[in-house]
Design a protein around this ligand. Sequence first.
Ligand code: EAX
Length: 326
Amino acid sequence: MTFQKTVRFASIAAASLLALSSVSAQTILKIGYTPAATSHYGVGSTVLCDEIEKGTQGRYKCQQFPSGSLGGEREMIEAVQLGTLDIVNTSTGPVGNFVPEVKIVDIPFLFRDYDHARKYFDGPPGQELLSKFPAKGLVALAWTENGFRHMTNSKRSIVKPEDAAGLKMRTMENKVHMDGYRAFGIQPTPMAFPEVFGALQQGTVDGQENPIPVILASKFSQVQKHLSLTGHVYSPALYLTSPRLMNKLSEADKKVFYEAAKKANVAQRQKVNEDEANGIAQLEKEGMTVIRKVDGVAFRDALRPAYANYSKEFGADNIRKIQEYK
Ligand code: EAX
């Protein structure tokens, strides 16, 4: 080989090595969530992934795992801590077991409506809560939304707590919820989400409670006759990743991830709005009997003993501050 040829060969080899390394520099991020890909979680996750891919010029891409294919929310949060999953789009259901400061936002009848809740989580108190995650081996990219939860069951229409009394109802693995629901007279049965459809179908439990977008996307109308718009608790959600992943990113890429999560949240909430507007009629069409007007005062009254305990645990002032947040 002449000298020139050697140089040319070497530079071609270097160039192809470079091309190869830029291909292998593409990282595939695994993101998981429990509802179907068509749900608000799917909509939010898709925007999150698209924005990350765009903002990093394709250096980061996602592979989505919807429908609880990687397990329930608790399992996925553990997987993020361990590094076997990169991102989870999860409700706060099991989050208080990891980050105790979050528990207070799961109190029933804490937020009046969507505006109240969204303002709170977008405002300083919500942002302050996000800072509690890194100490637990998690990074919260942003708050997002699951929605106000309503009860469904296979037995009867629920208008007041007495109608719910005695029903065996699947709940999330969330002590704050379970304590409140016991005060309604319900028998709470905690269970990971991927098992819920089967448990309803087999009659292991009589009912469950979830926001309209989850009831829709999970086709619960196939296994539940009665829906009551109890709106008994707001269910926040989060995009969680790990310090391990974030620490690998340049400052510019970190910003891309945080901005992507903000945009994803807007899309996820938008899908909640759409499902709230159209979903109830859709569920009726699918055969559910819908009680639109429940006795909200009676439900709030029934919760009083539970609120006494919440006040002891979280401080009456702290609860009031959230209720009065403007
Ligand atoms: O986050 O477990 C639940 O009922 C949640 O609402 C659902 O997984 C969506």
